[in-house]
Design a protein around this ligand. Structure first.
Ligand code: PLP
Length: 374
């Protein structure tokens, strides 16, 4: 049976170019980038090149890039590194890497979003307190794809003298990102969402932004992230960044996403696009099918060869419905009736058409089985 992958927001495959860039780091270039001998300097050269490639993706300078073990660690370093015993302001739709981290700050205020999933910059302004140290608002949401007004919030943070972090894990590689145009002080990215390896990410730290390290040990990464550098991972992230900068694929993915949504709306009664009307990343579609349990639909689609998600990968398996969907005003039942499709490089028009047919078939069957809906 052919299998089709529509879960690129959960993770992406490593691209062939990334793999071949990484392989020599496992065999020939194995030095410790901190060693001053030839082997160490070979590794250091590779690490420096990767830092330049990641900086280029974000419009930053190489000195502003701190390699981490992924998006989660970048978010932890940003939020708690900047919180400095003060208050964190964040939103109700953040990824758990920011939500759970904020709970460890001295205090936290959660700003809610509208029915599309967009935060009002004025609500952020109103939440400011004398002890607010950091504002953290994600650039694009992992479940809805909804893009936040980051540049406007950055202005508010700057006026207030507060550090501004944005979790860009689901934005980088999908929409153009320039940290200077956005005005962010801190920006997180992750390798495995952009066809790079898992277990590597980066935090952009604007020159002059003072944050404290969360990891103690050696003086690596300008004292912000102790530990022998994962040079192979950094090289993979760098290569992925370079590749995606040359080809964002946005227009192509938006066409496929629109075809998918239109096809579903045409063929499936009582289907609704969550986050509709908001600016969204081109690859993400979150659809509510009234009367259908999303886990049952996910399993039915998996049996037909289609991989989709019911909520974020990190929260599936949990019994609670998605906090993002309830934050935009969906009832628990509605949230449990929603499925996320996230497209990527490998998807074609034929796959999308086959997915539409499979969704229509399964939704009809599951609704017949649901007495309450019938
Ligand atoms: C918005 C967002 N932030 C952070 C993360 C965590 O990144 P990582 O898996 O690299 O730790 C994810 C992963 O799903 C994400 O979607």
């Amino acid at each position: 049976m052919e299998r089709y992958y529509f879960d690129h927001n959960a993770t992406t495959p490593v691209s062939p170019e990334v793999l071949s860039a990484m392989l020599p780091l496992m065999t020939e270039v194995y030095g410790n980038a901190s060693s001053i001998h030839f082997f160490g300097q070979m590794a250091k050269t590779k690490l420096d090149e990767a830092r330049r490639q990641v900086a280029a993706l974000l419009g930053a300078t190489p000195e502003e890039i701190v390699f981490t073990s992924g998006g989660t660690e970048a978010d932890n370093l940003a939020v708690l590194g900047a919180a400095d015993g003060g208050q964190v302001i964040t939103t109700t739709i953040e990824h758990s890497a920011v939500l759970a981290t904020s709970a460890h700050a001295a205090s936290v205020r959660f700003v809610s979003v509208d029915g599309r999933g967009v935060v009002d910059p004025d609500a952020i302004r109103r939440a400011l307190q004398p002890d607010t140290k950091v504002i953290s608002v994600m650039h694009a949401n992992n479940e809805l794809g909804v893009i936040q007004p980051i540049a406007e919030i950055a202005k508010i943070a700057k006026e207030a003298g507060v550090i501004f972090h944005s979790d860009g894990v689901q934005a980088a590689g999908k929409i153009p990102v320039n940290v200077n145009a956005l005005g962010v002080d801190l920006y997180s990215i992750s390798g495995h969402k952009i066809y790079g390896p898992k277990g590597v990410g980066a935090l952009y730290v604007r020159k002059g932004t003072r944050i404290a390290s969360r990891m103690f040990g050696g003086h690596h990464e300008r004292d912000l992230r102790a530990g022998t550098e994962n040079v192979a991972g950094a090289v993979g992230l760098g290569q992925a960044a370079q590749q995606i900068l040359g080809d964002l694929e946005g227009a192509h993915l938006a066409e496929l996403r629109d075809r998918l949504e239109q096809g579903i709306l045409d063929r499936v009664p009582s289907a609704h696009i969550n986050g509709a009307g908001a600016p969204r990343t081109p690859n993400t579609s979150n659809v509510r099918f009234d009367g259908v349990d999303s886990e049952s639909l996910l399993i039915a689609l998996d049996l037909d060869g289609f991989a989709v998600s019911s909520g974020s990968a990190c929260s599936s398996g949990a019994t609670e419905p998605s906090h993002v969907l309830t934050a935009i005003g969906l009832s628990k039942l509605q949230a449990r009736s929603s499925v996320r499709f996230s497209l990527g490089r490998s998807n074609t028009v034929q796959q999308v058409d086959a997915l539409i047919a499979a969704v229509a078939k399964s939704v009809e069957r599951l609704r017949k089985l649901a007495p309450a809906y019938a």
